[in-house]
Design a protein around this ligand. Structure first.
Ligand SMILES: *[C@@H]1O[C@H](CO)[C@@H](O)[C@H](O)[C@H]1NC(C)=O
Ligand SMILES: *[C@@H]1O[C@H](CO)[C@@H](O)[C@H](O)[C@H]1NC(C)=O
Ligand SMILES: *[C@@H]1O[C@H](CO)[C@@H](O)[C@H](O)[C@H]1NC(C)=O
Ligand SMILES: *[C@@H]1O[C@H](CO)[C@@H](O)[C@H](O)[C@H]1NC(C)=O
Ligand SMILES: *[C@@H]1O[C@H](CO)[C@@H](O)[C@H](O)[C@H]1NC(C)=O
Ligand SMILES: *[C@@H]1O[C@H](CO)[C@@H](O)[C@H](O)[C@H]1NC(C)=O
Ligand SMILES: *[C@@H]1O[C@H](CO)[C@@H](O)[C@H](O)[C@H]1NC(C)=O
Ligand SMILES: *[C@@H]1O[C@H](CO)[C@@H](O)[C@H](O)[C@H]1NC(C)=O
Length: 686
């Protein structure tokens, strides 16, 4: 009897809920999930790596692997308006979230409560700072019809984030309309006391998002407990009617970047024209605890003991062998944020660093193409050898900050690995290789002027970001055509940023070595040895000239000519009023004359021998974007500086003779491609 009842129970259950189920399917007005399994009704639609844990019913949007996206949406759109032209109804939602980062203090990237007119926008979205909501082409577009409340744990300067622990309201964009510290009003007299919250603290947080259609007011309220504080954390006056369509999808999106977090949703309720049903944190599923290490039990049996002794001996040998041969992870390395790959993984990815996969060999080491075994993502792995452990350590500690630099025109650093004196850096793979291949030595593919001009603007915007967009000024130090890479859409992306520092750290403190490439090296650099934003501008000037002329900054084939140095030649032709004669003949005269003249003149301005006379990258981008007009006549690029520049024009000039590295560039025909001063990185370790 009991048995049959139990067997019947599921059907009874279904039968009881059938009427509700029907109304829910046709016209949803309300949702209630306390945990996400065993819910009668429609399952959430999960995409990316989002999944619901069968055991505890927790919705896990991402795990701690880099560059993932997870979406969970109610599959049927809600009706937010009577028709497209009318006012958006009031709505309200409450949910419990938890963010558990891979490294305690470094979250990546964040989670967003999302209301979107189309799932297509989300299916084409990017991970990392884009939070799985938008991509670089549709960002900011009014046609997105996207509303999101972000819980962001990384400070992206590109989007003007205030810090790495904030809540923001976003409309069609990742630049928040309004944002604030993650915080809440604790219970107390009046509105209560403002307390800080840590989004990436790994603890569940309650959130309420309410929209009042009459007042046109959005409010977001946070709390570490189930009781809703009287005062919202964030409110924003905006009529959502132009943003909302008649029907919109409601759900969550999360993404990880170089740094990763697990993003969880424990419960969720939502209601149109009313207050969302209350969730109780205590009755929601519990987060999985931290992974426990299993401690083996040792049973005191004499036979077993001798076996264990033998086993330990083997284990000891094994560990000794491992430590001797494999990655030795030193304590300081564990403090570094960005993804640390295992050497095994990278060896497998590059098929053992075979020459077949060699993409190139630059001043800083060899670059291999690879395919990561797990994600099957294509990457470029740069292998940098370093003799000094001290220098390496300082550099690796900088990876954390380099890894946080992100801009669409920088080649993204995905992670790193250290093995003895070798540092392996993992970058996004750039399908179309480096810019120099398209410019010099009878290139197979000729870039059209529009493409070249776009690439120049791309690199300028990356440099502006490095100089002014980050929390500290980052100097690239090695801007040149072979460091400009082209992605699958022929966007210019600057690579190798920050790498030059490795050599500075490794260099002997008393003789600061100069890193850079002849022709791109500002004249004051060999003298002062100090890289500045203005030395980057100089190199960028040389880059602009070579892109327009299709000639290297210093062309060894013209060694016997007075036209050896490109700047000099362009200046000469400019003075003679024959500026268009320097334009790359490969363009076949197919270019916008106004643009190319501007690029050439700007190239000359940036190549000024006096650092103070060069424009800043901000000014350069204003000129390139046509916001400012160039002066009609230019100052002679190198006469303000008697000391350095003329010597510099002659590569055998006196300022170079003092260098003990003369051998590096004495082999004349190849010097343009390799760093002039390749230092032997060594530093006395104290
Ligand atoms: C919801 O998911 C469960 C478990 O994955 C499945 O058994 C059930 O059929 C799904 N229900 C609907 C309506 O798709
Ligand atoms: C995250 O999920 C992906 C896809 O399911 C899986 O390959 C990867 O191993 C997971 N990472 C972790 C750290 O669990
Ligand atoms: C409202 O606008 C959307 C997008 O333009 C369209 O797909 C939908 O059919 C419109 N609905 C009505 C009732 O006009
Ligand atoms: C960006 O997303 C839109 C959909 O909103 C899509 O049409 C477009 O192709 C995407 N762009 C890229 C570069 O993926
Ligand atoms: C915005 O979207 C519309 C329609 O999809 C498209 O025509 C337009 O080019 C987009 N604008 C930008 C700046 O992406
Ligand atoms: C704020 O929202 C409006 C939509 O009404 C949008 O047009 C505007 O660009 C947003 N402002 C910022 C700073 O993002
Ligand atoms: C945000 O939080 C940080 C750190 O907790 C604090 O220093 C800062 O003053 C806060 N900002 C505001 C506007 O409350
Ligand atoms: C919400 O309220 C408005 C009027 O206040 C009404 O016209 C509309 O039908 C309601 N929507 C839903 C889904 O109940």
């Amino acid at each position: 009897m009991m048995g049959t009842l139990l067997q019947l129970y599921p059907f009874l259950f279904l039968f009881l809920f059938l009427p509700i189920l029907n109304t829910v399917l046709s016209q949803p007005q309300q949702l209630f999930y306390s945990g996400f399994n065993h819910i009668p009704g429609t399952n959430l639609s999960l995409t990316g790596i989002a999944k619901i844990d069968d055991k505890n019913g927790i919705l896990k949007l991402t795990n701690e692997t880099s560059r993932l996206i997870g979406h969970a949406f109610y599959p049927i759109p809600f009706q937010f308006k009577n028709n497209n032209g009318s006012r958006t109804f009031s709505f309200s939602s409450s949910f419990a979230i938890a963010i558990v980062p891979e490294y305690p203090k470094l979250g990546g990237h964040g989670l967003a409560f999302t209301i979107s007119a189309s799932m297509d926008t989300l299916n084409h979205a990017l991970p990392s700072q884009y939070l799985g909501l938008l991509n670089s082409t549709n960002i900011g577009n009014f046609s997105n019809h996207l509303f999101a409340v972000e819980f962001d744990t990384v400070q992206d300067f590109e989007f003007g984030d205030i810090n790495d622990n904030h809540v923001g309201i976003n409309i069609n964009n990742l630049v928040s309309n309004v944002s604030c510290n993650a915080s809440y009003y604790a219970e107390g007299e009046g509105e209560g006391k403002l307390e800080n919250l840590n989004l990436k603290g790994g603890k569940p947080l309650m959130v309420w998002v309410d929209y009042d259609s009459v007042k046109s007011l959005i409010s977001v309220t946070l709390s570490p407990s189930s009781t809703k504080p009287k005062k919202p954390t964030l409110s924003y006056s905006l009529d959502l009617s132009p943003i909302f369509h008649e029907r919109m999808y409601v759900g969550f999106s999360a993404s990880t970047g170089l740094l990763a977090s697990s993003h969880y949703v424990l419960g969720w309720s939502f209601k149109i024209n009313g207050t969302a049903p209350t969730l109780d944190l205590d009755s929601l599923p519990k987060l999985p605890g931290p992974k426990k290490k299993q401690t083996p039990m040792v049973v005191g049996v004499s036979v077993a003991t001798s076996f264990i002794a033998l086993f330990s001996l083997f284990l000891g040998f094994y560990l000794f062998w491992k430590i001797k041969n494999a990655d030795v992870i030193e304590p300081w390395e564990l403090e570094i944020g960005p993804h640390r790959y295992s050497y095994k993984e990278l060896k497998k990815a590059t098929k053992g660093f075979k020459d077949k996969g060699l993409l190139g060999q630059g001043g800083f080491g060899r670059v291999y193409k690879g395919t990561l075994p797990n994600s099957k993502n294509q990457v470029a792995v740069k292998r940098v050898s370093h003799e000094s452990k001290q220098g390496l350590r300082e550099f690796v500690s900088e990876i954390a900050s380099i890894g946080r630099l992100r801009h669409r025109n920088l080649v993204q650093l995905l992670g790193w690995c250290r093995r003895r004196g070798d540092l392996l850096l993992v970058y996004d793979f750039m399908e179309n290789g480096s810019l120099d291949k398209y410019l010099f030595d009878e290139p197979k593919t000729i870039l059209r002027w529009q493409e070249r001009f776009k690439i120049i603007k791309d690199v300028a915007s990356a440099l502006l970001y490095l100089h002014e967009g980050y929390e500290q000024v980052v100097i690239h130090r090695d801007v040149k055509a072979s460091n400009v890479l082209l992605d699958s859409e022929m966007n210019g992306r600057l690579g190798d940023f920050g790498l030059a520092r490795l050599y500075e750290h490794g260099g002997h403190p008393s003789t600061t070595r100069v890193v850079g490439t002849l022709g791109y090296l500002a004249p004051e650099l060999p003298r002062t040895g100090k890289a500045t934003p203005s030395t980057d501008v100089y190199a960028f000037g040389a880059l602009m000239l070579e892109v327009a002329c299709g000639v290297r900054p210093v062309d060894p084939r013209k060694a016997q000519h007075e036209d050896l140095v490109l700047v000099d030649w362009v200046w000469k032709m400019y003075k003679e009023g024959k500026l268009l004669d320097v334009v790359d003949p490969n363009l076949n005269g197919d270019f916008d004359e106004r643009e190319i003249v501007m690029v050439l003149k700007l190239g000359l301005m940036c190549s000024n021998g006096a650092p103070n006379s060069r424009p800043s990258m901000r000014q350069v981008t204003r000129y390139l974007d046509g916001e400012n007009l160039l002066p009609d006549s230019l100052m002679k690029p190198h006469h303000n500086n008697q000391e350095g520049f003329d010597e510099f024009l002659n590569p055998f000039g006196s300022s170079f003779n003092s260098s003990d590295n003369i051998g590096m560039y004495a082999s004349f025909p190849s010097f343009t491609n390799s760093p002039v001063f390749t230092p032997i990185g060594r530093r006395e370790t104290s």
